[in-house]
Design a binder for this molecule. Structure first.
Ligand code: FES
Ligand code: FES
Length: 150
């Protein structure tokens, strides 16, 4: 049954009409036009759909609306562009399918650990799949964004 749900997304309050158990990813993409987060596995295993919820990285494909009502959601569209610029500088996106999730994972890491070392970046992005094998470039991009290189 559809109901009016109030969400905080990228600093704005938005209202959506959806069933309370609708996955957040579906609402972001289909109702709010925020298509940066991608649908990959649909079961919380690939990381393509990740968003920040109250600053922590969470998969949005398996996160029901009722669980995020009133919480602060940040999608890749709401991130500081400096992070995406570092990805571009390191050519860290090949097909780009994993990139939004990687950027979210990186943002969550840098929030907690502003100057991570390579091992901390690798560990933070460990559960993000990249079928293109771009992980080394992605790690370099996160270190660049942190000001640790370049
Ligand atoms: S689509 Fe959500 S984790 Fe894969
Ligand atoms: S760049 Fe293609 S899946 Fe990561």
């Amino acid at each position: 049954m559809s109901e009016r749900v109030s969400l905080r997304v990228n600093g704005r309050t938005v209202q959506v009409d959806a069933a309370a158990d609708t996955p957040l990813l579906h609402v972001l993409r289909e109702s709010l036009g925020l298509v940066g987060a991608r649908f990959g596995c649909g079961e919380g295993a690939c990381g393509a759909c990740r968003v920040l919820v109250d600053g922590r990285s969470q998969t949005a494909c398996d996160l029901p609306l009722w669980a995020v009502e009133g919480r602060e959601i940040t999608t890749v569209e709401g991130l500081d562009p400096a992070l995406a610029e570092a990805f571009e500088a390191e050519q860290a996106a090949q097909c780009g399918y994993c990139s939004a999730g990687m950027l979210i994972g990186a943002a969550a890491l840098l929030r907690e650990t502003p100057r991570p070392d390579a091992g901390q970046v690798i560990a933070a992005l460990d559960d993000h799949l990249c079928r293109c094998g771009a992980h080394p470039r992605i790690v370099r991009a996160v270190l660049r964004a942190a000001g640790a290189t370049g």
